[in-house]
Design a protein around this ligand. Sequence first.
Ligand code: G1P
Length: 290
Amino acid sequence: MSPPSPVDRSNIRTAVLPVAGFGTRFLPITKAVPKELLPLLDRPLVDYAVAEAAAAGIERVVMVTSHGKDALPDYFAVNPDLERHLEERGKLDLLERMHALSDLVDVVTVRQRDTRGLGHAVLSARAAVGDEAFAVLLADDVIDAPRPVIAQLMDAFSPGRAVVALMDVPRPQTARYGVCAGQWLSPGRLDVQSMVEKPAPADAPSTLAIVGRYILPPEIFDLLEQTPPGAGNEYQLTDAMAALGSVTGVVYQGRRFDAGSLPGWLAANLYYARKRPDLAQALDELLKDL
Ligand code: G1P
């Protein structure tokens, strides 16, 4: 008999979704509705991120939530009363959709005590993730891609290294993002040598901005514990990755929307409506009429 094979540490099973923020850019609706449950057509923002993770083979999602966000895990949980209702009325197509949703992934919830930045949110997931590499997806960044962007990052992963998604932005926008500079390993693949969170345009080392998709090795957790507060006096994931020192940037293929801003959210709704056969024509007529 052959000896048991060693644990495959390049197999990413878990995704962390930080969903604890206040969503201030969407007040007043976010006073009662978590930002991640705002609709893109008939599915909430968070559904797009979880579907992307599931399509890339992720089996388990750790949601880092906060007070008032319980509706988020509910969205993915089984709802027996609703299922009985649909079954009794013969609405089997809807019933099937509800099953597909709750079967998509296992959702584990971790409550973040205070919202003290992305780095702090990721560190809160430590016990749930365990000692293995994991993905992080920010639900605000909605990306329509030929291959899930998180899978594009997995292709570039090797143990001990972090992988981040990159896009080129106009220089005046650098202060909204983490920004990376380094050496090209191959077209679209960067060996990151420096990274800065939200630099002023004059100080940015390049115009390659981090988009909300990451693969992180478990070594990041100790670094997150040691990293002091950075930009905005928050614990920044970018600073912990800079301390890790081994980071690959991947200029992903796909179209990204910043659904965490009102114009970006509106654009994403129009974009996805135009892709839907049952809505495209109605949308075109409506836009002509407006
Ligand atoms: C976070 C990260 C930043 C990244 C951005 C992508 O910032 O800290 O490095 O560029 O997401 O959306 P936030 O938008 O949460 O301020």
